[in-house]
Design a protein around this ligand. Structure first.
Ligand SMILES: Nc1ncnc2c1ncn2[C@@H]1O[C@H](COP(=O)(O)OP(=O)(O)O)[C@@H](O)[C@H]1O
Ligand SMILES: [Mg+2]
Length: 401
């Protein structure tokens, strides 16, 4: 029943992890009782000898999306991915992959699943050092019995996709860390899996190689539209890679959401702490920090009205809009006073029209330099050119870390 409902839904959920728990140790019943009574992981381990590696973890992964799971070391991330392909047998819960619970699969079905449906990329690369690059990448199809020409053709395609063309005959020992992980990715992709599990794939790389690989993986994902569960302990990486992010702590998921969701409404203190060092300007867009302008003036409005508006709102400039609410420019108090003195019927001729505008979906990081160059708060316009809000320099600064 559950499965029917899911297959009718769009977007398509490839993987649905439901109430997944994994306890290591003998006395699991006692551990479960303590959990029900609200005991913490440390206390349970002390009293029962059982490690609660994960407890009641649930999340969905949409086809073609990257789900990033982030948490400190020991928070249960690897256990989650190992349960997904049943390298670990869950203590309880369901793992519905393409409509079927992998926990209930028999050995042969699991074999098939790991060979052709779910591939894994490890932090430690897990390559075979006695084989060259090509030999590593062809391994999956070879085991599946694909003939030599065909598997080499597939492998060469993946090798070129990860940027290792010309390196196919090199031995693994000759490669840098970043290149090894490219081989790891090519090997995983060569199985043409429906789901890619990546357990801290870039954590062993130096920062430069790591950034390269993040970029590379994102562009591969764009091309192949793979569904990926991506584990990391780095929040910037999680936010860069993940369409959705799950924040883990002590075996539980503290919060699930898009990077924006998490930034805008962290569920608790732990999540907030986690987000502390993150550059908000790269995650939030202008719409998240814009405010309604307190003072609006019509293009054809008379100078006295403009002056009164500004003094009532205690501001020295106002945003001017046209008949269709479209953004026209800015009028200063000085300009309006001059217009009144000159007995002009409207503020039209004193409007400063050459004002920078930004769009609502622009990242905050992209407006920092514009904002520092303009004397007024930035005007934010919607897709029809209407004034949607304004962004003050203070609002930008307060979001920079
Ligand atoms: N095979 C195992 N036996 C006993 N405890 C384990 C085993 N694997 C993991 N754990 C424990 O489960 C918890 C979660 O581990 P893990 O999933 O590896 O966390 P992470 O990947 O987030 O660092 C840790 O406390 C770890 O010590
Ligand atoms: Mg781990």
């Amino acid at each position: 029943m559950n499965q029917e409902r899911m297959s009718c839904e769009s977007p398509e959920i490839v993987l649905s992890v439901r109430h997944l728990s994994k306890f290591f140790g003998i006395n699991r019943a006692a551990a479960r009782n303590m959990l029900h009574e609200g005991a913490e992981k440390d206390e349970i381990l002390r009293e029962t000898g059982v490690t609660v590696a994960i407890d009641d973890v649930s999340f969905d992964v949409e086809r073609g999306k990257i789900f990033a799971l982030i948490g400190p070391s020991g928070s249960g991330k690897s256990t989650v991915v190992r349960c997904i392909n049943m390298l670990q047998h869950p203590t309880s819960g369901e793992i519905i992959f393409e409509g079927r619970d992998v926990v209930r699969m028999n050995t042969r079905e699991l074999h098939d699943l790991r060979r052709s449906k779910i591939s894994m990329v490890f932090q430690s690369f897990g390559l075979m050092s006695h084989r060259d690059v090509l030999g590593n990448v062809t391994y999956g199809p070879e085991v599946r019995g694909v003939d030599k020409n065909e598997r080499e053709r597939m492998a060469m395609e993946m090798i070129s996709l990860v940027g290792l063309e010309g390196w196919e005959r090199k031995s693994i020992g000759d490669l840098s860390g970043g290149m090894k992980q490219r081989v790891g990715i090519a090997r995983a992709l060569c199985n043409n899996p429906d789901l890619l599990l990546m357990d801290e794939p870039f954590s062993a790389l130096d920062p430069l190689a790591r950034r390269d690989m993040q970029f590379e993986l994102l562009s591969i994902q764009k091309k192949l539209e793979k569904t990926i569960v991506f584990i990391t302990h780095d929040i910037d990486e999680a936010f860069k890679m993940g369409d959705t992010v799950g924040i883990m702590r002590n075996g539980r998921i503290e919060q699930l959401g898009t990077p924006k969701d998490l930034m805008l409404s962290p569920a608790n203190e732990h999540v907030r702490e986690f987000l502390d060092g993150v550059d908000r300007t790269k995650i939030l867009s202008v719409r998240h920090i814009m405010i309604k302008p307190s003072c609006l003036v019509r293009e054809q409005g008379d100078p006295s009205t403009a002056i009164r508006e500004m003094s009532e709102n205690d501001v020295s400039s106002a945003y001017v809009i046209g008949r269709g609410m479209e953004f026209v420019g800015v009028v200063t108090l000085g300009g309006a006073l001059q217009a009144r003195k000159d007995r002009l019927s409207s503020v039209s001729s004193v409007i400063i029209r050459d004002v920078s505008t930004v769009e609502q979906d622009t990242m905050i990081s992209d407006i920092i330099s514009v904002a520092s160059d303009t004397p007024f708060p930035l005007a934010v316009i919607d897709d029809r050119g209407r004034l949607a809000g304004i962004v003050s320099r203070a609002a930008i600064l307060s979001n920079m870390s």
